[in-house]
Structures are given as structure tokens and as C-alpha cells.
Design a protein around this ligand. Structure first.
Ligand SMILES: [Zn+2]
Length: 546
């Protein structure tokens, strides 16, 4: 039992904005009151937030491991952390190792994270890593938009069976949601091709298009009642002029729920790298009108990082553009993956525009309840740099100082110099916690109402938001005090939320021969068994309530 006394509470989901009140915790949940003898934290003069929720991050699995292996030069520079009793060792850097990932997220007050891209084929590996990612609760999205079995079914207009197959895969991977990455493009990449036009036929097929895949997966996700809508990484990520694809995708999704991932990478105008400019205004305008959608920023910060994505063809192009190291993985029948270490530089025109576009979208999207703070970790920047973005959003003068370093010819391609909006602390609580929890359908997260999971972050109020949000004074996870006086004092195990959508088990009779013919892995060894998922917690389906 715990009482957090007298803090300024920001709980936007319950309409509480900076009200001084107590937050009480018992049995891992927020409760109305606790015994006067309960331990009390004096939060007078401090700010109390629900724990941060990351709607889109990459923290475990084969792709991340591959990225870690590809950047020993960055690991050598990273600080080793937590050589202390009760903790496991690890290093932070641009792709923190598993234990460090949990400690660092929790150490800055973020208590839930969605691993956004899991191939079902390597879901076992992902769950092994997520089990070793302490403290935070996790969800994950299974990659479906380049799955050859699903593509074949849609090619043959077998929608109902495709729905059964997707439901089976969600459960086989012990996933929480469905992710669509460059629909059709990653399948095409297996033959050195891509899918650039939404209405163009996917390479190797006769009829099925990216548009058809996106629409079908959105509908399937809705009909299965998954708490989180289809998680869309649009075609043409990173390409100048991709604004048209992004807007077309948003229009295609009209009438259906969907989450648009890392929108920054999909909001570019111009015709090529020399004419590239921000198209944040056009994208935000369409997004503001598309009230069926949520999104995350995928913001970029200058500095060293590594890019990791299932979008194989894009990563090959990035390798060609940079001449850096490049790694490519093929995941048979399902997806692919590319890794390229990357440095975002202030002096690079394209990077400067990317930096601006992430902030512009966050400032131009009217409703903070539909946008979430992310960097598409580690793609735009490492997650532990989120507080720097918070500072940029809260302080227009600080943004102006940053903008002053760019030449006029760079600034003229941005919208950011025109934007004077400043986020309030309440807005920050929305985009870092309440909005992502709602987008994920995690009803017990992102708020401090009675019955919520007791995940709470307490910050010293500080005009420098970057400092304030980097080092919370206290963090409570599942009712346990883990950060005290700004220091991580305790580790605990997090939970893995998954969904079991309803499906007809006879679908296995259809799938078995496909595995025999096309997979190197036997059908029996493929699904992740429940006992391999540490802290497995089933989130009810929106459709059937089970
Ligand atoms: Zn991503």
C-alpha cells in the first residue's frame, strides 16, 4: 500500500489537469484510499503522471539482435549499466540490451511498450528477449502484410479463410495486434522488387495490391475485435514525395480503425532528394479530418543511431545512399528485415527536414488524443531521448534557437518556423501515456482512475523539460516503488499482454500442408506455447469479450 501525497496530478483520461491530490495504490492497482498507516511519499511540488506507454518501439527479437551485432563500434562507446546486486548487467547505447531496455524505460517513468514488428516465425525468439526485458509490461504486433499464405488467399478472393488464418497467426505468435509493413513491398523484395503504387499488383501476383492488403487487414482486425486496430507502416517510407501515398492510404482506411505508424517518415514532399521538403501540413490536414485514425510521430533527433525495419527494399536504398554497413534478413514466407547504422546530421538537408517534420506533425495534429510520442526507436532516435522531444514541444523559443542553426534554404522547406504552439504538461501526459494506452486498447493503462494498473511516474517540476522527464523522482510499477530519489532501486517482472481472437480450429488442417510444402519449420514446432511467454496476460477481445 502506498499514498503519493500532494502532487500535482495530470490524469487527462479522467479530466484531471494539474490538480493537487493524493494517488493511492494497493494490490498493484490505483484505489480510492489506503490505510493511514500506509507508506507515504511526499510529492508536494512535484508532478504526477500515469506511467509512459510506448505505442511503437523495437526492443526485442531477431531484427534487434541482428542490429546489436552489426554495431559493435557503438556498443564500445556505450556505458555499461547496473553492475549492482539485484540487477542484471547490460549496456544502453542506441539499441540497449534486454535487461538495460527494461531498466532504462522504467528509469524514465515509461512502464509499457509495444514491440511493433514480430515475424510469427521468430516470435519464440522475441518472447525470449521480452521475458528478459524487466519491469515494463509489453505487447507485440505480428507482421502480416507480406505473409504469402494471406497474400495467396486474398489473390483468390478467399477473405473469410484469410481472416481465420490471421486470427490463428495472432494467437500462434502470442501477439496483441497486427502490423502491416510496406504491404506487398517486402514480399516483392524477395525478388529484388518493391510495391510503390497502392493500386499496383504485388510482384509475383496477378490481382492482389497493397490497397487490397491494407483494407483487408483493417477489416479483419476490426472483425476479430482486436483491442488495437491494424498498425500500418505505409508504402514508400522515407521517399521524397511519399505524401501522396500516405494521404491515399488514409483515405483508403475511411470507415475503419487504423494506427498510422511513425508518420514523420511518410510526410515528405518534393520529387527527389534535392527537392525534398516537408509535407507535414498536407498529412496533418488529412489526418485531422480522418477521425478514425490514430498515429505516432516517429520523430527524429540528430545523432547516432541504427535503423531497423521489416521494410527490406527501403533499407537497401538507405544503404546505397549512405554507403554504410547494411544487413538484410529474409523471413521465409512472411517478411524480411534490413539494418543500416545511421547518423542524423544537422548539416544534412534531408535530415534537417526529417527532424522538423516529426515536430511539425506533433504540432499540427489538433487532437493530442490521436497522436503518440515515438521515435520509432531506434530508427529516429533512441527511446531514452524522448525527454528532448518533450522540451522541443513545450518550448517554442527553444525550437527557434534550434532552427537558427539552419540556413534559409533549409528553413524554407520546413513548416516549423511558422509554428508557435506549445504543449502543456497535460498535453504531454496525453501523448506519452493516455493516448497510446487508448490507441492500444489497454484500458487499464494510461490513467490514474480507480482500478487502473498502478503505474505512476513522479517528476520534480523543472522549466527544463528535457531534464525533468529524463530523471523522475519516483516511479511506481504495478504498485511497487521501483525508482526512489531518482535512482532505480528495484527490478521486477513485467507482463506480456496477448489476445486470443476466436477462430475455427479446423483452419489448422488448411495450414498444415502449406507448412509442409513451403516452410523449413514443422507446423507442430511453430506456435509459441503459452508456457514460453513470461507473464502472459490475456486482454479481452473487443468483439467477444473473451
Ligand atoms: Zn517501427
Amino acid at each position: 500500500m502506498l499514498r503519493i501525497r500532494g502532487g500535482k496530478v495530470y490524469d487527462p483520461a479522467n479530466g484531471v489537469s494539474g490538480v493537487v491530490r493524493d494517488v493511492c495504490v494497493a494490490g498493484g492497482k490505483v484505489v480510492a484510499d489506503v490505510d493511514p498507516a500506509a507508506r507515504t511519499i511526499d510529492a508536494t511540488g512535484m508532478v504526477v503522471f500515469p506511467g509512459g506507454v510506448d505505442v511503437h518501439t523495437h526492443i526485442g527479437g531477431a531484427a534487434l539482435n541482428f542490429a546489436r551485432g552489426l554495431i559493435p563500434e557503438q556498443h564500445r562507446k556505450a556505458q555499461p549499466i547496473f553492475h549492482r546486486p539485484g540487477f542484471r548487467s547490460g549496456i544502453a547505447g542506441t539499441t540497449p540490451t534486454t535487461f538495460a531496455t527494461g531498466y532504462v524505460y522504467a528509469g524514465m517513468g515509461w512502464t509499457t511498450a509495444n514491440e511493433a514488428a514480430v515475424p510469427a516465425l521468430s516470435a519464440k525468439h522475441t518472447h525470449e528477449e521480452l521475458r528478459d526485458t524487466p519491469i515494463i509490461d509489453r505487447t507485440c504486433c505480428v507482421l502480416m502484410a507480406n505473409n504469402e499464405i494471406v497474400l495467396d488467399l486474398l489473390e483468390n478472393e478467399e477473405y473469410e479463410r484469410a481472416k481465420q488464418v490471421v486470427a490463428w497467426y495472432v494467437w500462434a505468435a502470442k501477439a496483441y495486434g497486427v502490423k502491416a509493413v510496406n504491404p506487398g513491398g517486402v514480399a516483392g523484395w524477395k525478388w529484388g522488387k518493391d510495391a510503390k503504387g497502392l493500386r499496383d499488383v504485388v510482384p509475383g501476383y496477378k490481382k492482389v495490391t497493397p490497397a487490397k492488403m491494407i483494407a483487408a487487414l483493417a477489416q479483419i482486425t476490426d472483425e476479430l475485435g482486436l483491442p488495437h486496430p491494424v498498425h500500418v507502416h505505409c508504402n514508400n517510407l522515407g521517399a521524397p514525395g511519399n505524401v501522396s501515398t500516405t494521404i491515399e492510404t488514409m483515405k483508403l482506411l475511411e470507415g475503419r480503425r487504423a494506427h498510422m505508424a511513425h508518420l514523420q517518415y511518410h510526410a515528405y514532399g518534393g520529387d527527389d532528394w534535392f527537392t525534398m521538403k516537408s509535407a507535414a501540413k498536407e498529412v496533418a490536414e488529412q489526418f485531422n479530418a480522418s477521425t478514425n485514425l490514430t498515429c505516432d510521430a516517429g520523430a527524429v533527433l540528430f545523432g547516432n543511431t541504427v535503423t531497423v525495419t521489416a521494410d527490406g527494399p527501403w533499407q537497401h536504398l538507405l544503404y546505397q545512399l549512405t554507403g554504410r554497413k547494411w544487413g538484410n534478413l529474409d523471413v521465409e514466407n512472411e517478411t524480411g528485415c534490413g539494418v543500416v547504422p545511421y547518423v542524423y546530421k544537422e548539416k544534412n538537408l534531408v535530415n534537417a527536414i526529417q527532424w522538423a517534420v516529426g515536430l511539425e506533425l506533433l504540432l499540427l495534429i489538433d487532437d493530442p488524443w490521436r497522436v503518440c510520442l515515438t521515435t520509432d526507436h531506434p530508427n529516429g532516435a533512441t527511446f531514452w531521448r524522448y525527454p528532448e522531444i518533450v522540451q522541443l514541444l513545450m518550448n517554442a523559443d527553444f525550437r527557434k534557437e534550434q532552427l537558427a542553426q539552419f540556413p534559409d534554404k533549409t528553413r524554407s522547406r520546413m513548416v516549423l518556423p511558422e509554428l508557435t504552439r506549445e504543449y502543456s504538461l497535460n498535453d504531454i501526459a496525453i501523448i506519452t501515456s493516455a493516448s497510446p494506452a487508448r490507441a492500444l486498447g489497454l484500458t487499464q493503462k494510461g490513467h490514474l482512475g480507480v482500478g487502473a494498473d498502478a503505474d505512476v511516474a513522479v517528476y520534480n517540476e523543472n522549466p527544463n523539460a528535457a531534464e525533468m522527464f529524463a530523471y523522475p523522482r519516483y516511479v511506481i510499477k504495478s504498485g511497487e516503488l521501483i525508482v526512489e530519489e531518482g535512482e532505480l532501486r528495484k527490478s521486477l517482472d513485467g507482463r506480456q499482454f496477448a489476445v486470443k481472437p476466436e477462430f475455427d480450429e479446423s483452419i489448422e488442417e488448411f495450414l498444415k500442408p502449406q507448412f509442409q510444402q513451403y516452410y523449413t519449420m514443422s507446423f507442430e514446432n511453430y506456435p509459441v506455447s503459452c508456457d514460453r511467454v513470461h507473464g502472459l496476460t490475456l486482454q479481452p477481445c473487443a468483439a467477444c469479450g473473451k
